[in-house]
Structure formats: structure tokens, C-alpha cells
Design a protein around this ligand. Sequence first.
Ligand SMILES: Nc1ncnc2c1ncn2[C@@H]1O[C@H](COP(=O)(O)OP(=O)(O)OP(=O)(O)O)[C@@H](O)[C@H]1O
Ligand SMILES: [Mg+2]
Length: 605
Amino acid sequence: MRDFLRVLGLAKRHGAWILLAVTSMVVVAVATVFAFNLARPIYDQVLRSSSSVGTTLELPTSGVVAALDGFADRAEQALQGWVGESRVAILVVVLLTIVVKNLFAFLARFSSARFGLATIRDLRDRLFENLLVQTPAYFHDRSIAALVSRATNDFQLLREALAERLGDVAQDLVTVPVILVYLVSLDLRLTVATVFAAPLLFAPVVHFSRRMRARALQAQERTDEIATVIDESVRGIRAVQIFGMGRFMTDRFRLANQRQYLAGLFARAIQAANAPVMEIVGTFAALAVIAYAASQITAGGMTLGDFSAFILGAYALYNPLKRLNKFNLVLQPAVVAAGRIMEIVDAPAAVCDRPGARAVTEVGGGVRFENVSFAYRPDQWVLRGFELHLPLGSTVALVGGSGAGKSTVVQLIPRFFDVQEGAVSVGGHDVRDLTLASLRAQIGLVTQEHLLFDDTVRSNIVCGREGISDGAVEAAATAADASEFIRGLPAGYDTVIGEGGVKLSGGQRQRLAIARAVIQDPPILILDEATSSLDPESETQIWRALDRFTHHRTILVIAHRLATIRRADLIAVLEDGRVAELGNHDELIAADGQYRRMVEMQELS
Ligand SMILES: Nc1ncnc2c1ncn2[C@@H]1O[C@H](COP(=O)(O)OP(=O)(O)OP(=O)(O)O)[C@@H](O)[C@H]1O
Ligand SMILES: [Mg+2]
């Protein structure tokens, strides 16, 4: 419920619409009552030639009621003063009232729907924005289907309550008290009788008949008794016949059968009596009301018009009260949905800017891992005392077995995760002291999973960055060895590549992803198996094309094919969460360790 109220709190932004909605609702309620009140002159003046309007009202009433009484009466007098005695004028007023009422009814519904829908739109925007700042770990712990369901189904429930029903309910909440005040002003006793006595009268009848019927039907459905007797008799048919138990069994069966018959009959009797009883009670109540009204009318305390207005008003209470009663059915799921939605909207980002975080503008000093320990789950260390320096302008390769933690190392640089111990620094600053946006702007990352959109080749490379010339796009494509295949596409750079790039081959997709990183022109470029789905020849070609680009940048390469990284300035072998060997290719071969064994294995195969 707290969350639901908070959702309503969000609607504050649309205060003007709420104000318009509430104002219109008040106008509608007052116009409704005013319309009932017009039944008085219609009956007393339009339909009856000899009007009894104007007879003094002398009810032994308290001050409040007298005041209310006065209200209805004054309203009528004002009306009379305004339109005179003219019957036509009254009919015109009726028409005007109804037109005004419905005009505002439209305004009320429109503006309440407008604010409900706008609130939902804002909330959905906030949900999506908050999803985008979550770390990958957030999504590892949740099913994507559940998240999507919240963004759609739960919003649907909320929408039903907020945009479709809330307006009606608010209108009812305004209308009901206004009608009640009006009814009291017409006749206190009759109002009390209608509002309190009617439910008192009818409720027991309804309740009693419902319970009796349920019980009777329950009894009737106890078919097991009959089934049992049949089952026993048939199963033990030989015993029944030999011991002469036929009579005994038949009696037992008859008893059970008769019980069912009576139960069924009782249920139907109750059912059959329901409508007649209700009608008799209803007629009794109606006659009582009419008798009371008649005595009032004769005594001059009420006119026929008053009575008609009262009946109209009392009847008009029926639907709003029924709707209010049912709103709960819509409200409950909406409250649950609001809770589920707010859970996502409120989810704190595990990684965010520290207060006073500074923007990094240059990365002199490269990237440094100092005594880094990291675990995805408590005590399951992936990195333990990991030390590595990627000097500015050098290409460093990270190798190691599957699951050794290479991709984990990569994710610590743009702070997809924060380290538990030690520190990662970029340009001499701990990454946690830098703003996320500025840090990530320094880093280009290409992995095996790249996000391609169902859009043109060009916009997949540019990715919404502004001020990028066609020349720059082509240069980036050339650096990624992609320009050749792009030129071969039906519409070149304007070819639409399908959802996830389905219309391209795996290698073409990878080249596009690399071109996208190149155009970002990042000082630090990370390639995590970025070329591994290519054949060795294409891979070599890409690296040759990238050569000019990698100059003066800090590059981190991860590749299973060791031939790819042979020319790296530094090769680090990752083992047991730390760097086990470090050096260039020749040094590591000479060291005759893990790296040499890995190279020999690959050459053999
Ligand atoms: N999101 C995660 N939650 C929990 N454990 C994870 C998560 N991602 C990776 N791991 C675990 O961390 C360890 C290192 O994974 P990582 O992806 O860094 O290995 P890798 O060296 O890149 O392997 P590969 O060469 O197969 O890509 C693995 O044991 C893996 O099971
Ligand atoms: Mg990996």
C-alpha cells in the first residue's frame, strides 16, 4: 500500500490535471444533485397545474437539518426567482444542467485518465532508467522474463486501477457525500431510513438465503454416501446374497438416496423463495416509504416533487456505492503490482559515483591493478592478489585457461564490478574516485556478445554519437577491416542489418563491433576474444588493419588463439587468480613455463 501511495505521489507533477479533475468532479456532483432538484419544479409546476410549492415547511428538526432544509428550499426559490413560473424555462434549465454536467463529466474522466496515464508513463521511464544503471550482477540474480513481466503485466494492472478506475472512484467519492447532503436536506428521516434501514432490511434476507442455499447444496453434493452403499453391495454381492442381506442393503440405500432428495429439494425451495421474499420485503419497504411520504405530503412537509427528487437521489446512490465496493478487487492487484514495480524503481545501483568523484580526462600512467582480490560470491575468489600494469601505449595480452578469470579482469576496469580488496587505477586514479561516465568514455570494450540494433550499418557504428562525419565512419570501418564487406552490402552503409545483426555473418558482426569501438577513439581498448569467431586468416587481417589504430593506445587483448597475441608487448598468464608469468613471447618461451606448454599444445593440434 505504501508503494501504491508513492506511485500516486509521483502524480504530483501532474497537479494541474488533478486539480482540473477534482474541480470537474465537484461540478458534476453538484450538477447531478441540481438535476434531481429540478424534479421538484417539474412535478410541482410542469406536470401539475395547481402547484403546492411554497407551502411552509414546519419540521421539528435540529439546527443543522433545518439549515440543510433551507438549502434545498433556497435553491428552489433562487431557481424560481430566476426562471419565474415559466414551464419552458424549467425545461431549458434541465437541458442546460444536463449539458453542463456531461461536459464536466467528460473533463473529469479525461483529466483523471490523463494524469493516470502520464503517471504510468513517467514510472515506466524511471524503471527503465534505473535498470540501465544496474551492474551486470543485478541481472545475473534475476530472470529477464520476470523483469519484462513487471515492465508490462504489472504496469497493466496499475494502469487499470490508475487510469481506468481511479477517476470513477474519485467521482463516486465526491458524488456520494454530495447526494447524501442533498437527501438530508430534503428529508432527514427518509435519508436515514434509506441509507441505514435498507441494508438492515435486505442484508439479513440475502445473507440467510445465501447460507442456507450453500449448506443445502453442500449436503446434496455428498454423493459419497450413495456411492459407498453401491460399492459395498456390489463388491460383496456374494455375501449379500448368501446372508440374505438384500433387504438390509436396500434400506440403507433408500435412506441415503432420500437424504439426497431432501437436501436437493430444500436447496431449490430456498432458491425459489428468494426472489419472492425479496420482492415482498422490497414492496413492504417501498410502501412504508410511500406511506411516510404521503403523510409528509398531506401534512405539507413535502411535495410530490420533493419525493421524486428524493427517489432519484437515493437511486443515484446505488451504482456509486456498488462501484466503490468493487474497487477493492482492482485495487488489491494494483497495490501488489505497485510494490513489485517500485522494487525495481528503487533498486540502488551497486556501482555509482562517489560524492566528489572527479572526471578523468587523460590516462597517462595506463591501467594498474594493485593487489586486487575479487569474488562474485562471498569467499569464492576469482582473483586473489592480482597485480598487473598496462603501461600507456602498450599492448598487453592476458592468457589463461577457461574460467581463469580473464573476462573478470576486463570488467573491473570500467567498474562493472568493484573489487573487494586492492585497487584498479586508470591514469593514476583509483577508478572508484572517478565519475563513471568519464571513466567509461576512456574505454572501448569489444567482447563476443555485441549489441547490434535493427538499424543501418552506419548507425550501428555511430551509436548515437553526434558530429561524426561519413569519412570518420569509413575510417573506423577500414581500421576494423569491415569496409570491404560493407561495400558489398545491397545499400552499403545504409543497409539495415536486422535484429541483433541477423543478416550478417558472425565475423561481420564482430568487425562492426570493433569499428564501433574504434570510432569512439578510446585511449584504452579492450578486446575480449573479439576476433575469436574468425578464421585465423581474417583474424590476422583484422589485426593488421587495427595496427595503425592501436598505436599510442593502451590495449588489453584476450585471445585463446595464442598466435594472435604473439606480438604483444607483454603477455600475462593468469593462474589461480594471479599473474603467474609475465614477459614478451620470447621471454616466456625461454622461461619454459605454462605459456610455453600452452603454445606447444596449440601448435600440435
Ligand atoms: N556473474 C558471475 N557470477 C558468479 N560467478 C561468475 C560470474 N561470471 C563469472 N563467474 C565465475 O568466475 C570465474 C572466472 O570467469 P571468467 O569469465 O572471468 O573466466 P574467463 O577466464 O574469461 O574464461 P573464458 O576463457 O572461458 O572466457 C569462473 O569460475 C566463473 O564461473
Ligand atoms: Mg572470458
